[in-house]
Design a binder for this molecule. Structure first.
Ligand code: PGA
Ligand code: ZN
Length: 429
């Protein structure tokens, strides 16, 4: 048993110049752990709620109240507990808060504390975090989904679709998947420059989408894959995060750029048209979180040919994941620790996905820091897929580079997950 002897919070900054919560934990045996809360922009209504101060400072985003909760009720109830009993720690956080979405303590205070304690426990056990989490279970290196173009809430709603990503299940390793992605990213930049449309990057490091339609972005991505020397749909596939909750309500979707409004069927028709024309392997939140009917019909129509990912729909909640599997809404769960608030809740989400035959993607948020704990969660719990934005900006490369180190350290003990990570088969197999 390694007893928790201190829990200290401090205010640090995220990649959007917003305050966030960092927590340091020390154990009686000298082991230490640190974690930083990330922050979303396009959030599901069922997510754990970050506690922000309001008022005028930093746009109301300050976290003094959350830090006071770390120094007060969180530290006083967790000190003296066994750090290795993560389930008891997380249950205590839930009990002290008393709300499902951590509205009292703040999801930001809770997730940083839960992850810092996990890190301290791994240090106490003398193991890298991924190995501590894996125990004796076999693990794989996850397939990365990497953003080339930003959009939606991360780029002033310049285009409706939030993420245009690439994914390389046919690569032989994580190293090779990143190599291919970096070439596509370079090629996309060169094409945009030659079109006069290179205007820097969006929140997650993908290029700013100065396009006049969503399709123009898809066309650019396809041409970038080819210009980089790859065969679209073989070497490199496309993934989308539609983040449709951001522009859809009650089954109606407003495409701001094109000034069109689509109903549920119109939306499905547009997306199926894209699946027919572009090598799209994965599509996240194709419908709003309030439109399970849209998800159900879409999954019924195309669920055997494309990965359908629930983010705002499922909010890393094991119960919602089980219900979605039962109702046939999606075949993949996005997993973000700060959506559910605790390490235990995050693990339960991955277990629910596995138990119901869904795939899972461990994901960062649009507001990020140098914290790399999610790399270890993705490997240690064998999620199969990993998504942290683009291959530019330090808060993103911190994760990719750490995954490169983990792949090197594990070698043959952890094969690249490849096609096996997906709920759909490679074409022609
Ligand atoms: P968010 O974006 O962190 O702003 O929610 C990431 C995502 O939607 O996957
Ligand atoms: Zn999403």
């Amino acid at each position: 048993m390694a007893e928790i002897v201190s829990i200290v919070g401090r205010r640090v900054w995220d990649s959007r110049a917003r305050p966030t919560v960092e927590v340091d934990v020390a154990l009686a045996d000298g082991a230490r752990g640190r974690a930083i809360a990330p922050a979303g922009a396009s959030m599901g209504s069922g997510e754990a709620a970050d506690l922000r101060d309001g008022g005028s400072a930093f746009g109301g985003m300050d976290v003094r109240k959350a830090l006071a909760n770390v120094a007060g009720p969180i530290a006083s109830t967790l000190k003296g507990m066994d750090a290795a009993d993560q389930a008891a720690i997380d249950a205590t956080l839930g009990r002290v808060d008393g709300t499902k979405q951590f509205a009292q303590l703040g999801g930001n205070a809770v997730v940083a504390t839960s992850l810092a304690i996990l890190r301290a426990s791994a240090a106490s056990a003398g193991k890298p975090l991924y190995a501590y989490l894996a125990g004796d279970a076999p693990v794989r290196i996850p397939v990365p989904e990497i953003q080339i173009l930003g959009g939606g809430a991360h780029a002033g709603r310049r285009v409706d679709i939030q993420d245009f990503l690439v994914v390389c299940p046919s690569a032989s390793s994580f190293v090779e998947a990143l190599d291919r992605t970096a070439e596509v990213y370079r090629a996309a930049g060169a094409l945009l420059r030659s079109n006069g449309k290179l205007h820097g990057v969006a929140d997650e490091g993908g290029y700013w989408p100065a396009f006049s339609s969503n399709e123009e972005a898809l066309d650019l991505l396809l041409r970038a894959i080819e210009a980089a020397g790859y065969v679209p749909g073989e070497d490199v596939h496309i993934a989308l995060d539609v983040a449709a909750s951001d522009f859809g309500k009650n089954g109606r979707y407003k495409l701001g750029l094109e000034g069109r409004e689509l109903d549920r069927d119109g939306m499905a028709e547009m997306l199926v048209g894209w699946l027919d024309r572009y090598p799209i392997l994965s599509i996240e939140d194709p419908f709003g979180e309030d439109d399970p009917e849209g998800f159900r019909a879409f999954a019924k129509a195309v669920g055997t040919r494309v990965q359908i990912v629930g983010d705002d729909l499922l909010v890393t909640d094991g119960e919602r994941i089980r219900a979605a599997a039962r109702d046939g809404l999606a075949n993949c769960a996005l997993v973000k620790p700060n959506q559910i608030g605790t390490v235990t809740g995050t693990k339960a989400a991955i277990e629910a996905a596995r138990a119901t035959g869904m795939s899972s993607i461990v994901s960062a948020r649009s507001g990020e820091t140098e914290d790399t704990a999610i790399v270890d969660l993705a490997v240690g719990w064998d999620a199969g897929q990993f998504k942290v934005g683009s291959i530019a900006r330090g808060e993103r490369t911190a994760k990719w580079n750490e995954m490169l180190r983990v792949e090197e350290a594990l070698g043959a003990a952890a094969p690249y997950a490849g096609w096996g990570a997906f709920p759909v088969k490679k074409k022609g197999s």
